[in-house]
Design a protein around this ligand. Structure first.
Ligand code: ADP
Ligand code: GN1
Ligand code: MG
Length: 365
C-alpha cells in the first residue's frame, strides 16, 4: 500500500479530501484496517478496511446486512432526537460505482467508513463503570434490532456459533491431522470432547425453536465498543458478523474477554482469574436494557452461555492449530496452541465460579 493508492481509494468512494497521513490500525485477526487522516480540521477522517473474503464468502451480502442494521439504528436515533447520529452508529460510505465496496485487480473487497472522532476502543475493562456501560451498549444494540426482520439478513459466516457444526469441524481436523499435531494435543482434545454433550444443547434449542433466533452481533469483544474521552459509550463497531443468532452468543462472548483478568492468549495461566465485580456490573448494565424482551430460556442460560462461548472459542483455536494455522492471524508459531490452553484454563475458572454467577444473575433479574 502506498500514498497514491490510499488517495485513489478516497476518490473511488467519491471523497474529495486529501490524505494527510495513514497507518495500519486495530488488532483484528481477520480483516486489514487502515486509518486515513485527511487535511483540513473540518474534514472527516476515514477507516479503510479490506474485508477478508476467504472468511466472509459473500462480502456484498455482508455489507447489505451492515447497511440494513445501521440504517435501522440511525432511523431510531434520529426519531429519538439524537443530535449526533453519526457518532452513535457506524457510517459506511457509498462508492462512486454505487456499491458499498470497491474491488481491486486481485479481487479484494475494500470498504470505507467514517472514523468517529475523539473516540477510542479499549482492550480491557479497568473499572466496574466501564463494564456497566459495555453491558448497556450490547443490550441496547440487541434491543434496537429486536424489531428488524431477521430473515432479511444473511449468515455472513454460515454456522458461525453453531456448536454442532464447530464440533464437526474439530472432529474432522482430528481425523485429518494435517499438521501432524494431534498426538501432542490429546489432553486438550479430551478436555473439549468431555464437555461436548453439555455444549451441544445450545444449538439443539435453536434447532427446535425453544431458543429465539434474533439479530445479534456475534463478536462482542470489549474492543468492539467505541468510547468517548469522558468514557461514555459512542457506538458498537465491527459489524461484519451481525446476523441471525442467539442473545446467548453475545452475552457469553462478552464475558469471555471482559471478566478474564488476562488476555485470551495469556501464556502464564496463573494470571487467569474471574473478575466477579465486572461480571456483576456487566450483567446489571446488560439486563437493564434487555430484560424487557428476553425470554426465560435466555435469562436462565446466561451463565451457561459463558462456558459455551469459551468452549467454542477454545475448540476453534485448537481446530486451527490442528489444521496448521490457516484461519487466525498468529504472532508466533505456537500462538493457537497457547490460545487454546488459555481458553481451557478460563473455562475451568468459569466452572468454579458458576454458583456465584448464577446468584448474581438472579439478583439482577
Ligand atoms: P478488526 O477487529 O477486524 O480489526 P474493527 O472494525 O474492529 O476491525 O476495527 C479495528 C479498530 O479500529 C477498532 O478496535 C477501533 O479501535 C477502530 N475503529 C473501528 N471502527 C471505527 C470507527 N468507525 N471510528 C473510530 N475508530 C474505529
Ligand atoms: C476474530 O478478528 P476479530 O478480533 O474481529 C473472530 C472472532 C473470535 C476472535 C478471537 C470473523 O475476531 O469470532 O472470537 O477473533 N472473528 C471471526 O479473538 O472469525
Ligand atoms: Mg474488532
Amino acid at each position: 500500500m502506498n500514498d497514491l493508492q490510499i488517495q485513489q481509494f478516497l476518490t473511488s468512494f467519491a471523497r474529495q479530501e486529501q490524505v494527510a497521513e495513514w497507518k495500519p490500525f486495530g488488532h483484528g485477526h481477520i480483516n486489514d484496517t487502515f486509518l486515513i487522516r485527511t487535511l483540513g480540521a473540518e474534514n472527516p477522517d476515514y477507516i479503510l478496511q479490506r474485508k477478508n473474503h476467504y472468511v466472509f464468502k459473500d462480502v456484498p451480502g455482508m455489507l447489505n446486512n451492515i447497511l440494513l442494521v445501521t440504517d435501522h439504528i440511525r432511523k431510531k436515533l434520529v426519531a429519538a432526537g439524537e443530535v449526533e447520529p453519526d457518532r452513535k452508529v457506524m457510517n459506511y460510505c457509498t462508492a462512486a460505482n454505487g456499491k458499498s465496496y470497491v474491488q481491486d485487480e486481485a479481487g479484494n473487497f475494500w470498504t470505507l467508513f467514517l472514523f468517529i472522532r475523539d473516540s477510542h476502543g479499549i482492550e480491557e475493562v479497568t473499572s466496574a463503570d466501564q463494564a456497566v456501560s459495555a453491558g448497556k451498549a450490547f443490550g441496547r444494540f440487541q434491543e434496537q434490532l429486536a424489531d428488524l426482520d431477521s430473515t432479511q439478513l444473511i449468515e455472513t459466516i454460515p454456522n458461525f456459533h453453531n456448536g454442532i457444526f464447530r464440533h464437526r469441524q474439530f472432529s474432522e481436523a482430528i481425523t485429518l491431522d494435517s499438521a501432524g499435531r494431534c498426538g501432542k494435543m490429546q489432553a486438550e482434545i479430551a478436555q473439549l470432547q468431555g464437555r461436548a454433550a453439555e455444549m451441544l444443547k445450545l444449538q439443539n434449542w435453536l434447532n427446535t425453536g425453544e431458543l429465539p433466533l434474533r439479530i445479534t452481533h456475534n463478536d462482542t469483544k470489549i474492543n468492539n465498543i467505541l468510547y468517548d474521552h469522558q468514557g461514555e459509550i459512542l457506538c458498537i463497531i465491527d459489524l461484519d458478523t451481525v446476523m441471525p443468532g442467539s442473545t446467548l452468543f453475545d452475552f457469553g462472548d462478552a464475558i469471555r474477554t471482559l471478566c478474564n483478568s488476562a488476555p485470551e492468549d495469556e501464556a502464564d495461566l496463573d494470571k487467569i482469574a474471574f473478575q466477579l465485580d465486572y461480571f456483576e456490573a456487566y450483567t446489571r448494565g446488560y439486563l437493564s436494557e434487555s430484560r424487557s424482551f428476553l425470554t426465560p430460556i435466555e435469562t436462565g442460560n446466561l451463565v451457561y452461555s459463558c462456558r459455551y462461548m469459551v468452549w467454542e472459542q477454545a475448540m476453534r483455536f485448537l481446530t486451527d492449530y490442528l489444521n496448521g494455522d490457516t484461519y487466525y492471524k498468529i504472532s508466533y508459531p505456537e500462538h493457537n496452541h497457547v490460545r487454546t490452553l488459555s481458553q481451557l484454563c478460563y473455562l475451568e475458572v468459569l466452572e468454579e465460579n458458576a454458583g456465584v454467577m448464577e446468584k448474581c444473575i438472579a439478583d439482577n433479574l
